[in-house]
Ligand binder design. Structure first.
Ligand SMILES: [Zn+2]
Length: 429
């Protein structure tokens, strides 16, 4: 199934929130007409199909592959002759080799109305199945199952850690990290407190009526002793992601460099001549040269994860900004006073001073940018813009935002389900 990324399902949602004390019908859409079309469509009666076969005409026997059970045995039992089995195995190698069938996985024998074997269906995962045609073609095809995206909501009040509370509230674990992602720049999730509150509206993906994953987090609300915070997911050509109520990205941009009045003395490179080692070596950082003792600051808010010394790096500090990004600052002459592991630092806060400790020829900071555990060139990364979204988009955003706030305000204490949205991908023009 192709996902329409740009204008995805989220804008064409008829969301009916069933709340513990109230029942409210909501339109959370940019294109109200789509919802109506869909209601009309759903009145047409469709035949019930399984694996693409109309169950009124086909007999479908579902089983599980047993230990040491091979295709030949399954198909012989089903009444397929040996030469057909051999041809099927040959013809399907490229698509899904029959040697990849695994014990414990589900399969089905599909028989036509005369009970002769029509197909073998193998189900390697919830997302797809492999159909081995047992008639004529004797080949295989992989069929991706349609994913229905439903909009759901959930909320809770912390009575222990955030994680435990959300698990107690039956929130899917994947959602926890999405909420942190949406709000990590405004909320310190290391220090959540009892009585903090959260409310979320999110996509849940279903296949055959079974929850298989979490889609986008569409709206998040968090309240702690200090303040209330909102994040609204919004697709926009400049930046698709979470915005605050004023239309600014909730993630703050990183400062371009960790020192003022510096110059880049060596760029990020997969192969450069190392001035001390005298050989070519990848340089996974950007060097900023500055005078000894110049303050080095954190390029964004975060938590210090390392304050250390190694022969190559000299004195260095590493900071975790969110679940994706970490930064590291090498060759310091000394650390800033009080810098220690576990400490929170703010964007622009001094963490150490320029030096040449470790393998360095002159005073500089080697600035390293980690993304999902790998070092990347931060000057080439696509970070959220510092500016709010353009004026001409704001009206549309505010309208959408207000609907989202309304929905979030209505989320009560128990997880509730909202109407499905399985057809919307194809409904977009
Ligand atoms: Zn360097």
């Amino acid at each position: 199934m192709k996902k329409n990324k740009k204008k995805s399902a989220i804008y064409a949602i008829t969301a009916a929130l069933t709340l513990s004390a109230c029942f409210v019908l909501f339109q959370l859409n940019r294109h109200d007409d789509l919802a109506n079309t869909r209601q009309e469509e759903s009145l047409i009666e469709k035949p019930i199909k399984k694996y693409g076969y109309d169950i009124d005409f086909y007999k479908i026997e579902e089983r599980t592959i047993e230990k040491n059970q091979f295709l030949s045995e399954i198909l012989t039992n089903a009444g397929v002759n040996y030469s057909d089995i051999h041809n099927l195995a040959e013809n399907s190698k490229e698509v899904f080799d029959v040697r990849n069938l695994r014990a414990g996985k589900k399969y089905a024998i599909v028989r036509d109305s005369c009970l002769s074997p029509e197909a073998l269906v193998y189900v390697p995962s919830v997302y797809k199945y492999v159909k081995y045609n047992l008639k004529n073609r004797l080949n295989a095809e992989i069929v991706e199952k349609p994913i229905a995206t439903c909009i759901e909501s959930g909320s809770g009040t912390l009575n222990s850690s955030l994680w435990n509370t959300m698990i107690d509230n039956n929130m899917p674990p994947a959602l926890i990290s999405k909420m942190e992602d949406a709000l990590a720049w405004s909320i310190d999730f290391y220090h959540t407190q009892v009585d903090d509150e959260y409310r979320l509206i999110y996509e849940r993906e279903y296949i055959d009526g079974e929850a298989v994953g979490v889609g986008k987090l569409l709206g998040a609300y968090y309240k702690n002793y200090a303040n209330e915070y909102y994040a609204v997911y919004y697709d926009h050509e400049h930046y698709s992601g979470y915005y605050d109520l004023e239309g600014r990205p909730t993630k703050k941009p990183f400062l371009k460099a960790p020192v003022k009045f510096s110059r880049i003395s060596s760029k990020f490179s997969l192969s450069r001549f190392h001035p001390v080692l005298k050989r070519r070596k990848a340089h996974f950082g950007t060097d900023y040269a500055a005078a000894y003792g110049t303050p080095i600051f954190s390029v964004a808010n975060g938590v210090v994860t390392r304050v250390s010394y190694t022969k190559a790096n000299g004195r260095f500090v590493k900071i975790k900004h969110d679940k994706t990004y970490q930064t590291q600052y090498l060759h310091m002459s000394r650390f800033a006073e009080g810098i220690k592991v576990g400490m929170h630092v703010k964007q622009g806060q001094t963490i150490g001073y320029i030096g040449s400790s470790g393998l360095a020829t002159g005073p500089h900071v080697c600035f390293r940018f980690w993304k999902n555990g790998k070092q990347v060139n931060h000057l080439k990364e696509n970070f959220p813009p510092a500016e709010p979204m353009p004026e001409d988009e704001l009206d549309a955003f505010f309208t959408y935002r207000d609907k989202m706030i309304n929905l979030l305000d209505l989320v009560c204490n128990t997880p509730v389900s909202i109407m499905t949205d399985s057809e919307s991908e194809t409904s977009e023009p």
